[in-house]
Design a protein around this ligand. Structure first.
Ligand code: ADP
Ligand code: MG
Length: 486
């Protein structure tokens, strides 16, 4: 499709994100909430929907949903009821899901994202409600039959519904990334799209720019990564624009994304759309949430990524690039926050963390919480680099690896023991310089004749004979001065 045709259209996207809550037990029973157990082992008469059994609300689910609401600046609904959403499917033993139709636990609130120009933009939320997951139908294990695993039936979910304010597939990508970051910071969902503990349904429509009314939305499901959410939306936008260009009206439709073919396939059209016959759930009492409970939950919440990002850019003077790298992952952000409680060298701390520390973790396949050196010890390392006792090169090559071997050792003691303390004393640096010039008379002549680029060569020689111990900054200045006076 040409850019010209594409640019005639306004893309409108609203996302529904389902997040499985990391509770120990299910939403309305004490059955285990655990991914990867043998099929149909985390079940009881409640998960199986036997007649006469009663659901009992898991309080943790409410707490987790409120956390998400607070994190998004949403209003928490003081009086909530539950509803039944009825439909028939083999992996839904009760024949209905317990959900919140009219009184979602949270309304309003927003998610901050970057738009296509990199500017901050907020996407309003319609609601966040609690519901339960269905079981899983497995179509690709047995050649003849579909198998059903009910371990997932009754696992608590929150559904986060956005207003149709997302304007591109990239914005949708950024939105899901932010939602995932938030649930991970809050420790309420592991955010693992591959294992479907985080799922995203994308509602997409297109309209001519300036049109007053949105086009009919098509809902696309079954994307198992954030990248695939973006790809599915991109495919769908093109499909819809092509139809509209041919004068065909896009019908409301639910489609499934096929990642292998990068296409979407119709699952059910509007005519076949479900009538869920919502009605109040008679077996669960309504719940009330008061200010005191909200305050208590707030008090337990960690710092949030956007607040940390603002702190690092505004108060610590980090670039947006550094700040977003650090705040992408909660454990890294918390480690950085601890580092800067010991040092005011914010940039140095960021460099060390995103440089040596991150490379070490990547190389060993470790997570931040498995990193052996404490934030305090690293701040001591930053201090001796800053004081010019060792260069950052020596730090990376010698002191950091020695600390990895002995995390409880002290950086300054290691530097002394390994004889790495840098020489910034002018006399001794001058001695090195004179020796280098004496050893390389031809290069010295060429420098005298104007080949100033040779400074680099002389510095390399100096670092070699000083075994990396000469303070590079001081040495560089002195070297130029000496060479220019030859
Ligand atoms: P349902 O459960 O029927 O899918 P929801 O209200 O849960 O309905 O979700 C509707 C989603 O569709 C919301 O995210 C909303 O922003 C989005 N949406 C509504 N109208 C449009 C439209 N014309 N184009 C794109 N998205 C839309
Ligand atoms: Mg939907």
């Amino acid at each position: 499709m040409t850019e010209e045709i594409r640019s005639k259209y306004q893309v409108v996207i609203g996302l529904e994100v389902h997040a499985q809550m990391l509770t120990k037990s299910k939403a309305y029973s004490s059955d285990k909430n655990e991914f990867g157990s043998n099929p149909n082992t985390n079940i009881s008469v409640i998960s199986l929907g036997h007649p006469g059994t009663l659901p009992k609300m898991n309080k943790k689910t409410i707490e987790y949903a409120i956390k998400m609401g607070i994190a998004c600046g949403a209003d928490i609904t003081p009086f909530q009821k539950f509803d039944r959403k009825n439909y028939f499917y083999p992996d839904l033993p009760k024949g209905y899901q317990i959900t919140q139709d009219h009184t979602p636990i949270c309304t309003n609130g927003k998610i901050y994202i970057k738009d296509d120009e990199g500017k901050e933009k907020s996407i309003n939320l319609t609601r966040i409600h609690m519901e339960e997951d269905a079981g899983k139908s497995i179509h690709d294990v047995d050649v003849h039959d579909t198998l059903v695993d009910l371990n997932r039936a009754g696992v608590p979910l929150i559904e986060i519904v956005s207003e149709p304010e997302i304007r591109s597939s990239k914005e949708a990508y950024n939105y899901v990334t932010e939602v995932r970051k938030l649930v991970r910071y809050l420790d309420i969902c592991d955010g693992n799209m591959e294992e479907s503990s985080l799922r995203c349904d994308a509602n997409i429509s297109v309209m001519l720019k300036g049109a007053k009314e949105y086009g009919r939305r098509v809902e696309v499901k079954n994307m198992n990564s954030i990248r695939n959410v973006q790809k599915a939306i991109e495919f769908e936008i093109n499909r819809q624009i092509k139809l509209v260009e041919k004068g065909i009206i896009v019908e409301q439709d639910t489609r499934s994304y096929d990642a292998l073919k990068n296409t979407t396939i119709s699952m059910r059209s509007k005519e076949a759309a479900n009538d869920y016959r919502f009605f109040p759930e008679p077996d669960l009492l309504p719940i009330t949430v008061d200010e005191k409970q909200i305050e208590a939950i707030k008090a337990e919440m960690p710092a949030l990524p956007r607040d940390l990002f603002l702190k690092y850019t505004k108060e610590c003077g980090l670039s947006e690039y550094d700040a977003s790298n650090i705040t992408d992952t909660k454990e890294i952000a918390l480690f950085y926050d601890e580092m800067i409680s010991f040092t005011k060298k914010y940039k140095g701390a960021a460099n060390l963390l995103m440089g040596d520390v991150k490379s070490f973790l990547n190389e060993k396949g470790l997570e931040m919480n498995e990193f052996p050196i404490s934030a305090k010890t690293l701040s001591e390392l930053i201090a001796i680099i800053d004081e010019g006792k060792i260069s950052s090169t020596i730090s990376s090559q010698k002191v950091f690896p020695a600390l990895i071997e002995n995390p409880n050792d002290s950086p300054i003691k290691i530097a002394e023991r390994l004889n790495l303390i840098q020489d910034s004393d002018e006399d001794s640096i001058l001695e090195y310089i004179n020796q280098v010039i004496k050893n390389n008379p031809d290069e010295a002549d060429r420098y005298k004749n104007g080949d100033k680029k040779l400074t680099g060569f002389f510095m390399g020689q100096l670092m070699k004979i000083s075994k990396g111990k000469a303070d590079p900054k001081a040495a560089n200045q002195l070297m130029r001065k000496t060479l220019d006076n030859l």
